[in-house]
Design a protein around this ligand. Sequence first.
Ligand code: UDP
Length: 405
Amino acid sequence: MTRNKLEDYEPIVGRNVIDDLRLLAEKLKDRVIQHVNSTSVGGGVAEILNRMIPLFQDLGVDCRWDVIKGGEAFFNVTKKFHNALHGRPENLERKDFDIFLETSEQNIRQMDIYGDILFIHDPQPVALIRKKKDNKWIWRCHVDVSDPLPEVWAFISGFLGRYDAAVFSAPGFSQKLPLRQFLISPSIDPLSEKNKEIPEKTVDEVMAKYKVPRDKPIVTQISRFDRLKDPVGVIETYRLVKKYSDCRLILAGGTATDDPEGAAVLKEVMEKAAGDPDIHILLMSQNDLEINAIQRASTVILQKSIREGFGLTVAEALWKAKPVVASNVGGIPLQIRHKYSGLLCHSVEGAAFSVKQLLNSPEYADKIGVNGREHIRNNFLLTRHLRDYMLLFLALYHPENVVYL
Ligand code: UDP
């Protein structure tokens, strides 16, 4: 993995941003920040932490990352929780809650809590709060909890009373809670293997490796194989487009170690795609350079999610100045202003209409892509995220001041 220094970002974000970060970091140099989540590989949280931790260290902030342990039964339950918090109906029984509590107990016993500030990501490790002493605890919710299943939200929010702050990704996600809430959007790293500039030759090599000819426009969705990403809806969209505009479809994705549903969803997708040589289902291991190349080889990027916390894949595509068609859900409308920095959709038909429009009007598609890149530069790069987190850490020690980030 490339390890970047803060100074490397100056040509992208300007000197002032770098200077501000150094000033803030100076105020945190005696604090230890401990992040905890449930997977080190796969999904947006791991993606961000992998890039953020080294930069904090470069800033002189002692920031570390631990992962809780859990077996198959635990991750089956937490996946149901994840879906339920996103508002999807799930059949939850008493025993599911018991499994969650049992594994939480084991983690409470085993995990070393050493941070001055504990940064707990998502519901899986939420119960660790039982180990709170005189340190500060933040619950960082990456899920769209605007309309959660009440039973699951009641259970998870029951752990939040002793936290010092909660962080949500978008204004619509915040909930009535007895603690301070902050709004901080995720970000992408423009210098990571996934987002850095790469030569066209590398793009060609990756497409050759996956046997995807570049003879016609390529429409792509990159996502874990998860029903909430609606991969079947992506194929339906492609089929409608294909009636009018010849193109290829790439569905590229892997699984996360805390997501047990991937194999079943992949099977459904394979069945739906069977017999069409222009549909390319690419099983990716965590290979950031290849994802970078596939995004760059694409004519249009689709993100047809049914629910979405933020949708890093949208930011990644926009940063590459690609025109994006994405569902108007979760954090996506923060990134896409309709018809300016992308096209929002609400249905398979709507998505197909927009993809066709972009394939038929390359100049319009270029303009939308360029606008999208600037929107990401101004709002969703890692440097802005570092600044917001440092302000949050400082605000924890000044509870009398209300701070809106
Ligand atoms: N990703 C990846 N490999 C895959 C699928 C996704 O590296 O096979 C990355 C993707 O590029 C993005 C992240 O995983 O950086 C997914 O984040 P997002 O917010 O889009 O969705 P999540 O998986 O967290 O729901």
